[in-house]
Every structure is written in structure tokens, then in C-alpha cells.
Design a protein around this ligand. Structure first.
Ligand code: NOJ
Ligand code: CA
Length: 714
């Protein structure tokens, strides 16, 4: 008898449950969840009746120390399904909008697998889906190693994809645009710099992964709140048009240590039939935890210049000397021959401070100020960086006083050379040193192979490191700008002192390899989906042989497009990356960089198409000033710029920085005009953008009617 009940129980338990349906608040998005005959969790996603994700599996393979591999992709039963909803508004410390609406419907599915408990929490917004795995506190699943997360995204067609190859160490690639089915064949071509130690066998791509379907759906897959877990890449199963999670391994090959209660990051799918709504989405921020800090008064957006580009264009060096003394074991820098080109010297830094003070910049980044630059980058010798010992020609105290007297701050630079254990050991001393010397922002860097050996930039160990740095920095009221870190996942909501990250190819690649004009029309749909980027725009001298005949590259932009970046590449941390001399030469164009705001009340995405063009208008925080940036790829275009977000009944003066009719990113990049016109909320502007070009506009209220005299009305 007992056996019959048992068989019946097994039979009932293995019956597919009725699909559980969840709709988005506006009813356009529908999620369904079910268990199939094998007890495998399956979800689908539809948008306005179109399939976005076809039936796709959810689950894990895990390793338990005594039992070996456990299959958590089948034999599940449903314990309960509950729903919830949220509609609230919150204020970010800084951002593209002063208020963000968090509006979703939620479904929590509690599952059991031979008494092992795993929940899946779905949140459906008007602009997409977030879901994550949760492992509640339980008796027989205490801690485990992930062998692989089996999250599938089964696509409804052979979409166009904007992608870069999977790599555990770096996201500094250019993008390829191909059909999903062409990714595997093009992966080799895409791997312009293979850095990964562990070969990724499959056709793996990185997230944020952007797609456009033939019937006009824009779909973006990424993750939110990447905490204590490895980053997710996607394997592309080309024949079935299926994407599958591929977590970054640790030194042992494990893909994450989980302790219960524990949870995965959110897997996110942003969807719209309007590309502008992908850029406007706040889904990833909404899925992150609220700000961790009570006092945020010390956290401020920063506009800065830096002792930086002169090293990239071959006019200066980071290192004070060559590496002879290192080979000889000499540690006393007074005994070594100094380079004449060492940029971070007291006199030169004062020159930058003067320039910053004169033109209203908050900070001056100084790279190459500390010992250790002679031989670094993932080597044992990166341990020479101690982050508190300046080179003999960089006078910390004198510069501290000089900067303070001019109302400017120096931005600290911590290049770790990826010797991360060394950095962690010295972190408190380094931040204490900063705090003692008036620094409140640090640019960190992780160039090279991670030490401890075998860990990866995107693995769980490093994920925890980046957050540890942001948290520790906060204790010293320090803001962080991380380079070579994992791509962001919206954690700047929780840790708003983590102002920006690099985590993609930025301006440095203009000098090192060149960037194609389309690069920055893709970035906002990919890298920026997770958070702000320290792109370091503002290169007005776009041909670099001007500085040094050996530098043969040029920017993939016109001069004006560089101005537009201050709007199209959102960041609360914006650099004017070119040399002070360049800005003196192009003083009229530089005015836009001086004027442009870096914190916003509202953002209006006017036009957008990944890989082609972007036009954005933003209203400055707390001010009646608006700024517009428009960019195009290698093709000239006419942007259609509207002004209906301006309050009605008022006239405004718009200063338009535009490519000249003969401008071209390659042949005539620095050809531009500046004109002023009067605009109202009814104005409409058809604006020419040169190949690889852009437009930048600043808009101010008319305070004195005389200013409008002789100006054309739009
Ligand atoms: C790479 C960073 O992206 C760049 O900005 C920095 O100057 C160098 N590393 C040196 O740290
Ligand atoms: Ca970099």
C-alpha cells in the first residue's frame, strides 16, 4: 500500500503544472513559468504578443563535497507560487533622472528537488524581465560549488546581434554586428586580443548583449546586482539560436561558491519595439538594492582634467626612470637616473591645477606619481606599488597646499598592475594617506593577470574585491573610478561613491589602436546598460601626429562628435581628456565642455538606433539649462532634433556646435562651426552630422532680450 502511494506521489509530482502567468503593469509583457514532464523549470517571455524568449530551461549543476555532482535542472516540484507588486519612486544620489519609478509585478516560485530548496523570483516591468535564483536557508543544502548555471535564453529568430567575444579578463574589444547564427564563425575575427587563460570552447559572448529582431524588437540581455558571484557570459548555440549562461570560473574551475541563504544576481532581459526605450530603461537600477550609506553628502559628480593624455600621445611617461635599478635591486630613487619625460612632476602638475582652476574643473587626475611604474602589469613586481610613496619629483604636501589654494582637488591614481592581494593588504593605508592629503576620489586600475594567480578579472573573487574597495573607500569618504574591472551591473545605486568604471574600450584606444566611428553608437546599448563609463572624451586634436610624429593614429570622430559624447555617454564623472594647450587652441569649442552639466533632472532620448546614431537631450540638475548631444557612425546623417521638453511660453538661446559641411572624421575632422539661434518648445531642427560626426547644443534661458538681437529663430 505504502508503495502505491509513493508511486502515485511520484506520478503527481512529476505532472507538469499549469503554466503560471505574470503580466507587466502595462500588460504588454507576459511571462509564463511551468515545470515540464521531467520537472525542469521552464519560462517564456512575450512582448505585445510576439515571442521574445521561447520555452527555456532554468537551473544548475552543482557540486557537493561528499555527494559529487547534483543535477538541479530536473525533478523539481512546486511548493508554492505567490505574487506581489511594487509601484514606488526613489531618488538616486546622482543620475540621468532625479526620480526613478520602480514599477513591477512579481512572482515567487518556491521549488523543491528531493528536499533541496530553490526559489525563482521573477520581476516583470513594462520594459523587461528580471529573475534570480534564491537558495533559502535549509538543512540539506548548506554550501555548494556551482558547476554551471543552466539559464537558457531560447531566441525566437536569427536576430542581428551587437557583440564582443567572451573573455574572463577583459571587455576592451570593439563590437561586431552579425546574425546570431554567424557568431561562431566570426569569433576568431572578434578576438583581437585573446587574454583569457582558460580557453572558452563555445562561441561565448559578453553581456550586455544587444539584439534586434527582423520584426523590429530590441532585446538586451545582461545582469543586475552582481555580488558574491561570477560574471555571466553567454554561450551561443548557433544551430538552435539559443543562449546559455556561462559563468566565469575560479582558479579551481568552480563557478561560484554559494552558502545558503544565498542568491544569484538578477538575469535581465530588456525589451522594446522602440530602441529609445532600451536606453531609457531603469530596470537594472531598480533591481539593485537601495543606497547602503546614510550620509551621502560627500558624494558629488566630478568634472576633471588629467596628467594622462600626454602619456598616450608620446609626450610624457608614467615611470620616473627605466627598470635598471629594479634589476640591480636598488630601491633608493635618489640613486637612479631620472627620465626627463616623467609627467607627474610638481611643476607640471601645478600647470594642470592652474588650468583646472581657471576653467572651473573640480579635479586633476595625476598618473605616474608613485613608485612602481618601471615594471608592472600582472607581474610579481607590481607588488612594488605601495600607493603611499611618491617619486622624488612629486611633492605631495606642496601640491596638496597648492591645489587647495586654487579650490581644486587632485584625483588619486592606484594602478595595481592586477596584483590584487598586494592592493588589499595596503588598502587601508592607501586610503588613509589619501584622506590625510586631501584626496577624495581614486582611479583604480587592474592591468595584467590577476594575482593571486589563476583568478580572473570577472570571477567571484574579483567581484568581491571591487565591492570591497567601494565599501572601504566609503569609510574614508572616497569616490571610486575603476578601470579594467568587470562591467557594471547597476551597483552604483547601492554604492553611489562608485561613480564610474571603464570596462570597455574608451579614449585610450583611439591612441593605441583606433576606434571605429560606430563604436560609441553601440556602447550605450551594451556597456552603458549596466552603469556609467569613464570614457574620457574631449579629444579636440583628433590627429595625434600633431603631438608626436610616431603617433600615427587619429580619433574615429570629428572634433564635434567628441563634444557630443558628454551627453551621449552618460557619466557623473567626466574628463576633459585632451591637453590644456589643445583647449587653449580650440577655446570656442572648449566652451561647451566647460558649460556642460554632469548631473541631471531629466533625460530625453530623441533618436536612437544601435550601430547607427543616438541623439539625447538632458536637463541640468536644478537649473534651467539643457544640453543636447547627437552622434552618427561612419555615415553622414540629418538628425531630427525636437525641443518639446522645454517649458512652453519661453524663449531660449541655443548654441549649436556643428560639423562643417566638409567635415569628415578621417579627412577633415577638426572642421566645425558654432552658431547661436533662438528656440522655443515648438522648434524643430534638422541638423547635419558629418561622417563620423556629431552635434552638441547648449540651451540657456534668455535673461536679457538684447542677447537675442540679430539671432535667427528656429
Ligand atoms: C589603463 C587605463 O585604462 C588607463 O586610463 C591608465 O592610464 C593606464 N591603464 C595606466 O594605469
Ligand atoms: Ca583600460
Amino acid at each position: 500500500m505504502r508503495n502505491i502511494f509513493f508511486v502515485l506521489w511520484i506520478y503527481l509530482a512529476s505532472l507538469p503544472i499549469h503554466a503560471q502567468i505574470l503580466n507587466s503593469p502595462d500588460q504588454n509583457m507576459t511571462l509564463s513559468f511551468t515545470l515540464d514532464q521531467q520537472g525542469t523549470p521552464i519560462y517564456t517571455l512575450n512582448y505585445k504578443g510576439k515571442e521574445v524568449i521561447k520555452p527555456s530551461k532554468l537551473g544548475f549543476e552543482i557540486v557537493l563535497s561528499k555527494l559529487g555532482i547534483i543535477d538541479l535542472t530536473r525533478n523539481f516540484t512546486v511548493i508554492s507560487v505567490t505574487t506581489d507588486s511594487e509601484d514606488s519612486v526613489w531618488q538616486p544620489v546622482w543620475g540621468e533622472e532625479k526620480e526613478i519609478r520602480n514599477h513591477y509585478n512579481e512572482m515567487l516560485v518556491k521549488l523543491s528537488n528531493t528536499d533541496r530548496l530553490m526559489d525563482i523570483r521573477f520581476r516583470l516591468f513594462d520594459d523587461g524581465l528580471g529573475f534570480r535564483y534564491e537558495f533559502p536557508k535549509q538543512k540539506i543544502l548548506y554550501d555548494f560549488i556551482i558547476k554551471e548555471e543552466i539559464t537558457e535564453f531560447n531566441l525566437a529568430g536569427d536576430h542581428n546581434a551587437f557583440w564582443m567575444p567572451g573573455d574572463y579578463e577583459t571587455n576592451e574589444y570593439t563590437y561586431l554586428t552579425t546574425k546570431i547564427s554567424e557568431i561562431a564563425a566570426n569569433r576568431k575575427k572578434a578576438l583581437t586580443r585573446i587574454k583569457t587563460q582558460v580557453p572558452i570552447e563555445d562561441a561565448a559572448v559578453q553581456t550586455p548583449f544587444m539584439m534586434k529582431s527582423d520584426d523590429g524588437l530590441y532585446i538586451n540581455i545582461h545582469e543586475a546586482a552582481l555580488v558574491d558571484y561570477p560574471a555571466m557570459h553567454l554561450n551561443v548555440e548557433v544551430n538552435d539560436l539559443k543562449l546559455r549562461s556561462h559563468l566565469v570560473p575560479d582558479v579551481w574551475g568552480g563557478k561560484g561558491d554559494v552558502y545558503t541563504p544565498g542568491k544569484s544576481p538578477w538575469r535581465t532581459i530588456i525589451v522594446s519595439d522602440d530602441a529609445r526605450r532600451i536606453l531609457a530603461s531603469k530596470l537594472i537600477l531598480n533591481l539593485n538594492e537601495p543606497c547602503q550609506f546614510e550620509d551621502v553628502s560627500w558624494i558629488k559628480p566630478i568634472k576633471y582634467i588629467g596628467v594622462w593624455w600626454e602619456m598616450f600621445v608620446g609626450k610624457g611617461t608614467w615611470n620616473y626612470t627605466d627598470d635598471t635599478h629594479i634589476k640591480l635591486g636598488i630601491t633608493d630613487y635618489s640613486k637612479v637616473q631620472q627620465n626627463t619625460t616623467h609627467s607627474a612632476n610638481t611643476t607640471n602638475v601645478k600647470y594642470y591645477i592652474d588650468f583646472a582652476a581657471k576653467h572651473g574643473f573640480d579635479q586633476v587626475l595625476v598618473e605616474g606619481w608613485n613608485i612602481g611604474w618601471e615594471d608592472w602589469g600582472g607581474k610579481v613586481r607590481s607588488n612594488l606599488f605601495d600607493f603611499v610613496t611618491p617619486y622624488p619629483d612629486f611633492n605631495v604636501e606642496e601640491l596638496q597646499q597648492y591645489a587647495a589654494s586654487k579650490g581644486v582637488k587632485i584625483m588619486m591614481h592606484h594602478e595595481t598592475g592586477a596584483s590584487v592581494a598586494n592592493y588589499e593588504r595596503r588598502l587601508d593605508d592607501a586610503f588613509q594617506f589619501m584622506s590625510n592629503h586631501g584626496y577624495n576620489a581614486v582611479k583604480t586600475g587592474y592591468v595584467g593577470w590577476i594575482r593571486p594567480k589563476g583568478e580572473h578579472h570577472d570571477g567571484q573573487w574579483m567581484i568581491n574585491h571591487y565591492i570591497h574597495v567601494a565599501n572601504t573607500a566609503a569609510r574614508y569618504k572616497i569616490m571610486v573610478n575603476s578601470h579594467e574591472a568587470v562591467r557594471p551591473t547597476g551597483l552604483h545605486r547601492t554604492y553611489p561613491n562608485w561613480l564610474a568604471q571603464e570596462s570597455a574600450r574608451g579614449t585610450e584606444f583611439e591612441a593605441m589602436a583606433g576606434l571605429p566611428p560606430e563604436h560609441t553608437t553601440i556602447l550605450p546599448f551594451t556597456r552603458l546598460i549596466g552603469g556609467p563609463m569613464d570614457y574620457t572624451p574631449g579629444i579636440l586634436q583628433t590627429i595625434f601626429s600633431y603631438h608626436n610624429p610616431k603617433k600615427t593614429k587619429q580619433a574615429g570622430t570629428t572634433l564635434v562628435k567628441q563634444l557630443a559624447y558628454y551627453i551621449t555617454i552618460y557619466s557623473p564623472l567626466q574628463m576633459a581628456a585632451d591637453l590644456p594647450e589643445t583647449y587653449d587652441r580650440f577655446a570656442d569649442a572648449f566652451q561647451f565642455i566647460k558649460d556642460v552639466a554632469i548631473d541631471w533632472d531629466h533625460t530625453y532620448i530623441l533618436e536612437a538606433e544601435p550601430g547607427d546614431y543616438i541623439t539625447i537631450a538632458r536637463k541640468a540638475k536644478g537649473k534651467n539649462e539643457w544640453f543636447i548631444g547627437g552622434i552618427t557612425d561612419e555615415n553622414a546623417r540629418t538628425a531630427n532634433i525636437t525641443f518639446d521638453y522645454l517649458p512652453s511660453g519661453q524663449q531660449y538661446i541655443a548654441t549649436i556646435y556643428e560639423d562643417s559641411k566638409t567635415a569628415h572624421w578621417q579627412t577633415n575632422p577638426m572642421s566645425y562651426q558654432i552658431r547661436k539661434v533662438v528656440v522655443t518648445h515648438k522648434s524643430n531642427l534638422k541638423q547635419y552630422l558629418a561622417p563620423g560626426g556629431g552635434v552638441a547644443i547648449s540651451i540657456k534661458e534668455v535673461t536679457d532680450k538684447a542677447e537675442m538681437k540679430d539671432l535667427k529663430k528656429l
